[in-house]
Design a protein around this ligand. Structure first.
Ligand SMILES: Cc1cc2nc3c(=O)[nH]c(=O)nc-3n(C[C@H](O)[C@H](O)[C@H](O)COP(=O)(O)O)c2cc1C
Length: 249
């Protein structure tokens, strides 16, 4: 198997890191890889915050649903969907450009996430583990203050990175769903009710798997949990502020 493909198949999230720093040369190399990601019109509609202050990591570990391992990560990168930079550049050039709108926001989110995934893959190639932190979307009011964001700059995802501990290396990678339920030909196909049950049972691969019990617990622990409700609230504030500002100015 070629090494890139092998790395894509074996990569799993890492949440416990060895207490050693990521050398600057490697940090530079993985940021170089981020920069080589494709972006819409080669605009690089993202910015990256390299969180080097330990006190800021601690605060973010709290705003991101109290996930303590964020504070212990040697490298923390926040990917901002950035519609501010080009707008300011247009203004600097004396142009009266339209304000960024929904399309710009969605494109910038794509740019930011693709760059982040390049970081994940490049980091893996240097023996570094990583974990996405979706909870960076929570607590908009506090995060905006901490990171000095304005309405056109949305912290779309965060990555924590470092050298995985032996225990993390041995941890089993979670199984995926079968392709038949996820890949559709030509048009979207809503799954039949029984297929949901089947899809989860196949993924679990255990005869005693209890779909109803699993779903109930997952729904309580994730979808209906406090952090998920907060993420939904906070994300709506980001969207509203971005779109309202587009209309206002
Ligand atoms: C958008 C996104 C947000 C995530 N947020 C978190 C998070 O806040 N905390 C966490 O521990 N893992 C987070 N993860 C990691 C997922 O839980 C993980 O990718 C998934 O369970 C599959 O496991 P694997 O990455 O080990 O294969 C996130 C992953 C993605 C892609």
């Amino acid at each position: 198997m070629n090494p890139i493909y092998e790395s894509l198949l074996s990569r799993k999230s890492v949440r416990v890191f060895e207490k050693r720093a990521v050398p600057d040369s490697i940090k530079k190399a993985i940021l170089d890889a981020a920069f080589q990601a494709p972006t819409a019109g080669n605009q690089m509609l993202y910015s990256i915050i390299d969180v080097t202050e330990e006190s800021l990591k601690k605060k973010l570990s709290v705003t991101c649903d109290n996930q303590g391992f964020i504070a212990d990560a040697p490298l923390v990168l926040i990917f901002l969907a950035d519609s501010r930079r080009w707008l300011d550049a247009y203004e600097e050039a004396g142009l009266t450009a339209r304000k960024p709108g929904a399309g710009d926001l969605l494109l910038s989110i794509q740019d930011a996430v693709i760059a982040a995934q390049n970081v994940v893959v490049a980091a893996e190639s240097f023996g570094l583990g990583s974990c996405y932190i979706g909870d960076i979307l929570e607590n908009v009011e506090e995060v905006r203050k901490l990171l000095h964001l304005d309405a056109y700059v949305v912290p779309i995802t965060m990555l924590v990175l470092g050298y995985p501990t032996e225990q993390q290396k041995k941890r089993k990678k979670p199984e995926r769903f079968a392709k038949a339920y996820i890949v559709h030909e030509n048009r979207y196909r809503r799954l039949e009710p029984f297929e949901h049950r089947e899809m989860f049972e196949k993924r679990a691969g255990q005869p005693d798997f209890d779909f109803d019990d699993y779903m109930r617990k997952f729904c309580e622990r994730k979808y209906m949990s406090g952090f998920s409700l907060e993420m939904t609230r906070s994300s709506a504030v980001y969207l509203k502020a971005f779109l309202d500002k587009s209309e206002d100015e």
